[in-house]
Design a protein around this ligand. Structure first.
Ligand code: PGA
Length: 253
């Protein structure tokens, strides 16, 4: 029997936003998000680290959750420029994205590093949003399911549970490209990820599974109709309140 999972729409602002833009975006989402009245829907925004504190204050009193975009695997220490999971939790974050393909590409993050970051997030009481996804070359050579199964197995820490882990499937070629995966491709990948979760995580049937990669208001509805798609990790479209909220409004109620 299919598990009933809460839906999650997460906005990844990436390296975008100065104080005024970030504040106004957060305030609009905090004001308008709750008016959507979709039951069992969670909204999450992940601003750049510089804006986390401001955004936490801006959404205080609303049901909007705030997350970081990355964390270090250690809780503290000599790691210039890095931010730890307890620091994010201390500011009021409830989530942190780990292993985004841009971090894997720009900072050479491996599965084992991502696993250590996710474990650090769990230890700090945060929900880790673990990102996986194949490159275009891997898809074109028929390796997609093997690649994502390997990434997931390598990136999931022992501490993963249904309560502290969300998995985001983001085909690298669909991110920021305006080209999103077909519903068949998403369905195939999500079913495979669900099988791995069922094998590896207690309560794996209840772990939320997001799709990410050029999710827009005009394609969200069809993506949310795919089995095992429990929401979206939204990049570009999360920078406009209208678009982010229109994507959230496409969640079936
Ligand atoms: P996009 O980014 O929506 O701009 O494709 C998604 C992501 O990188 O999480």
């Amino acid at each position: 029997m299919a598990e009933k999972r809460r839906r999650l729409i997460a906005g990844n602002w990436k390296m975008n936003g100065l104080r005024d833009d970030g504040l106004s975006l957060a305030v609009q989402i905090a004001r308008r998000g709750p008016t959507l009245k979709i039951p069992a829907l969670d909204l999450l925004i992940c601003p750049p680290a510089t804006l986390v504190s401001l955004v936490v204050q801006a959404v205080a009193g609303s049901p909007i959750a705030v997350g970081g975009q990355d964390c270090h695997a250690n809780a503290s220490g000599a790691h210039t420029g890095d931010i730890s999971a307890p620091m994010l939790a201390d500011l009021g974050c409830r989530y942190v994205i780990v292993g985004h393909s841009e971090r894997r590409a720009d900072h050479g993050e491996t599965d084992s590093r991502v696993r250590a970051k996710a474990a650090a997030a769990h230890a700090a009481g945060l929900v880790a949003v673990i990102c996986i996804g194949e490159s275009l070359a891997q898809r074109d050579t028929g390796q997609t399911l093997d690649v994502i199964a390997g990434q997931l197995a390598g990136s999931l820490p022992q501490s993963a549970s249904q309560a502290n882990t969300v998995v985001a499937y983001e085909p690298v070629w669909a991110i920021g490209s305006g080209r999103n995966a077909t519903v068949e491709q998403v369905g195939e990948a999500h079913a495979a990820i669900r099988r791995t979760l069922l094998e590896r995580v207690a309560g794996g049937g209840a772990v939320r599974l997001l799709y990410g990669g050029s999710v827009k208001p005009n394609n969200a509805k069809q993506l949310f109709a795919v089995p095992d798609v429990d929401g979206a990790l939204v990049g570009g479209a999360s920078l406009k309140a209208d678009d982010f909220l229109a994507i959230a409004a496409a969640v079936p109620s």
